[in-house]
Design a protein around this ligand. Structure first.
Ligand code: 5GP
Ligand code: MN
Length: 322
């Protein structure tokens, strides 16, 4: 564990009075988990002057978490801060440029676990081996706090369980289970939290899933499975952008598939999500297109028509498969 940087981060937090917390655009369970747990930690230290802001706010699914109600959705944050905590965002663009770190913040702390992570802070706690960023937040809190509260544990466990897809993805390692055990000891009920996270789907979401799976196409001798989530499909089903998150897992689950692709129509192009089963490095593909992520889960955005985007993406993935 990078003990020195954790110590320095704790020192910087101790010295700060005002704090700014953010994560990446289209935040996920890990993002929200890190932000909320960090907010609870700041409060435990008596530091109440903090702002949590994301360009895309907080998905409805995670609103039940303690302090999630404090997350502001904004394109630009006003004011200046002693410390910025940039959590689960691998580079500065991923934050959606909602703040000017050079002029609005004295000390920038970056905590991240992505393969594509860039050290853009004054202090950078980057750990590609960490299954979730939530565990890194746990390590920071643990280095200073006498008590991991039940609320903190709820937030952190949410990051851990969502980022590992219920302790099943390739990132799942012994440390993830160890931290999970400590969080359960701190008061998390995995059954109750699991119900809130996984058993509360609404009808538009399930309808979108159904339609997306009906539209799967298979190529490259059954090794690539693709589905396209168009704006029209979103309208027809009444689903929102957050309802697209889980689809790719089902696409990847098809027998024989090595790479799953979901193309989501957004702005003037498509958001491309990639997942691999086995040895294919989809991060390498994503990085080529200006995105990033992890070896088996990565993404990027491309402008242009569907036909052209598909051509570009398939040619790269075909290369990986050959
Ligand atoms: P998803 O496909 O669920 O959006 O993202 C999968 C993984 O890739 C996540 O770890 C996510 O943070 C990362 N990722 C997705 N899109 C981008 C992107 O545009 N840039 C970077 N750097 N990472 C991305
Ligand atoms: Mn994330």
């Amino acid at each position: 564990m990078p003990a020195t940087v954790i110590k320095d981060i704790v020192k910087a937090i101790n010295a700060g009075r005002s704090f700014f917390l953010t994560s990446h655009i289209n935040p996920d369970g890990d993002s929200i988990s890190c932000e909320t747990a960090m907010a609870l930690f700041l409060e435990q230290l008596g530091k109440r002057q903090y702002v949590i802001a994301n360009r895309d706010g907080c998905p409805d699914l995670y609103r039940f978490l303690p302090r999630a109600g404090k997350i502001i959705k904004t394109e630009h944050v006003q004011g200046t801060f002693d410390v910025a905590l940039i959590l689960d965002a691998s580079d500065i663009q991923r934050t959606g440029d909602i703040i000017d770190l050079r002029t609005q913040v004295k000390k920038v702390i970056v905590i991240d676990h992505h393969l594509s992570a860039v050290p853009f802070g004054h202090l950078n706690y980057l750990d590609q081996k960490s299954a979730s960023c939530a565990e890194q937040i746990y390590n920071v809190i643990k280095a200073r706090s006498k008590k991991i509260t039940k609320d903190m544990a709820l937030c952190l466990y949410t990051g851990l369980v969502t980022e590992t897809n219920k302790f099943q993805e390739a990132n799942t390692n012994p440390a993830a289970f160890r931290t999970a055990a400590l969080l359960v000891e701190a008061g998390v009920d995995p059954n109750e939290l699991g119900r809130q996270l996984y058993e509360e789907n609404d009808l538009p979401q399930l309808r979108l899933l159904g339609a997306s799976l009906s539209g799967i196409t298979v190529s490259h001798k059954g090794q690539i499975a693709t589905t396209i989530v168009t704006r029209q499909l979103m309208r027809q089903t009444g689903a929102g952008i957050e309802d697209t998150e889980g689809i790719i897992r089902y696409v990847r689950s098809l027998k024989g598939v090595k790479v799953a692709i979901v193309l989501r129509e957004q702005n003037n192009g498509f958001k491309v999500s990639l997942r691999s089963k086995g040895d294919i490095d989809v991060n390498a593909v994503a990085v080529r297109f200006g995105g990033g992520g992890h070896k088996r889960a990565a993404g990027f955005f491309l402008e242009g028509s569907l036909a052209r985007i598909k051509k570009k993406v398939f040619s790269q993935i075909n290369k990986q498969l050959d």
